[in-house]
Design a protein around this ligand. Structure first.
Ligand code: ZN
Length: 272
């Protein structure tokens, strides 16, 4: 089995400090959390930007500040910027984080319902964003909320817009998307092209159970306060605590955890 890549979705667009005081929001808090999570075994960081009022933003300057701070605190980690639509629907704004040339950025290859909104990714927008990934050489993480999104990614690969090997994140257990079950995880992991890599994000209380399943199955794991605010015992989580829990489960099962450069090799990224 490959070494385990632990990704942390640090902040997201939805959680607030009122929901969990450990949520990192400012560039300083995010960078400090990255450093602590890296010490606990995480190598890849999925970053959303928040403005001065803690509201989600696609402001490229806020993203830039986040990246600068992270590079100063934890220079070896892999940074993945979000292109999600909760912070705005403007095409140019959603593409800009990719143009900052992080090593990776998220790419949802389809639309679905999320609590309170339609998460809209039209065929035209998907193709546009895929073109930006191709031009910039930034590695997309394909966010899969239902199986059609795998088909869309394969279609883009066939058109020459996405370069294999593809990397997928299966988002399971969000209201409006696929339920979190071993059966669904197995089905999705067997539905991606040979040579692809995959990780799983269990939303809410299934985060750690889905992580344990992925550790067993040879996949990779995403945890973090974007997806889940609590530890399995119901206490408030922090990002480093969630990473520590996953690293401990991996250790117990004899699965080694990947350092950032090992994660780069697994994901076919250039060495740092
Ligand atoms: Zn996200």
């Amino acid at each position: 089995m490959q070494k385990l890549i632990i990704t942390v979705a640090l902040t997201g667009n939805v959680p607030t400090k009122a929901m969990n005081k450990n949520l990192p929001v400012t560039a300083e808090e995010i960078a400090e959390d990255v450093r602590c999570c890296a010490d606990a075994g995480a190598s890849l960081f999925h970053v959303h930007a928040r403005d001065n009022n803690q509201k989600p933003t696609l402001d490229v300057e806020v993203y830039r500040q986040n990246v600068i701070r992270i590079e100063a605190m934890a220079p070896d980690v892999i940074v993945q910027l979000s292109t999600g639509a909760r912070a705005g629907k403007d095409w140019d704004a959603r593409v800009k984080p990719v143009q900052l040339l992080p090593e990776s950025a998220s790419f949802t290859t389809g639309s679905n319902n999320l609590p309170g909104i339609v998460y809209e990714n039209s065929p035209q927008f998907i193709e546009h964003l895929a073109g930006v990934f191709r031009e910039t050489g930034v590695k997309p993480e394909i966010e899969v909320f239902e199986p059609g999104m795998i088909n869309n990614a394969v279609f883009l690969q066939k058109k020459g817009l996405l370069k294999p090997p593809l990397h997928f994140n299966f988002v399971l257990g969000a209201p409006g998307s696929m339920p979190a079950s071993i059966k669904n995880l197995l089905f999705l992991s067997e539905s991606i092209p040979a040579g692809s890599t995959w990780t799983v994000s269990g939303i809410g209380k299934v985060e750690i159970p889905m992580a344990a399943a992925a550790i067993l199955m040879g996949g990779h794991v995403r945890v973090g306060l974007e997806d889940n605010l609590y530890m399995p015992d119901g206490s408030l989580a922090s990002n480093p605590m969630l990473v520590g829990k996953v690293a401990a489960i991996a250790r117990e099962m004899g699965r080694a955890v990947a350092a950032p450069d090992e994660a780069r090799e697994i994901l076919s990224l250039e060495p740092s």
